[in-house]
Design a protein. Structure first.
Length: 132
């Protein structure tokens, strides 16, 4: 499933209405909800729909292969840190092993931005499992 919009199938309201309808269908299909300025999927919050869709696709791909670790995010290492909290020395070691960075008060992995290290690590681990 793609996040692109088929502009040839536009309704009478024009491209904006077609984009919104396609976006609503995609969100409903993947189980993503929009509240305020955030998109939510499986307990994670995203500022961009593309990020929520990418994670939903990744989880869906692994769930289709019936891997139990996809049912819930792994937060066993989560210390409940506050959003944007700078990493400790131990956090930095973990981040380096997974390719996570800390930029402008946010954790970054493959272009996705996270408020909490736990969320960045959970996605990075899922990606690493997916690639192996």
């Amino acid at each position: 499933m793609s996040t692109s919009v088929n502009h040839s199938a536009q309704g009478p309201a024009g491209p904006e209405a077609a984009d919104l309808e396609e976006q609503a269908r995609l969100m409903a299909t993947l189980g993503i909800r929009h509240e305020g300025r955030y998109y939510h999927f499986r307990g994670y919050r995203y500022t961009r729909l593309e990020d929520a869709v990418a994670y939903a696709h990744l989880v869906g791909t692994r769930a289709a292969r019936m891997l139990p670790e996809d049912n819930l995010p792994d937060r066993s290492f989560d210390d409940g840190g506050e959003p944007g909290e700078p990493p400790t020395a131990a956090d930095t070691t973990l981040m380096q092993s997974l390719g996570v960075s800390f930029e402008d008060g946010r954790y970054v992995y493959e272009g996705f931005h996270y408020d909490r290290l736990a969320d960045a690590v959970a996605y990075a681990r899922l990606r690493h499992l997916h690639e192996s």
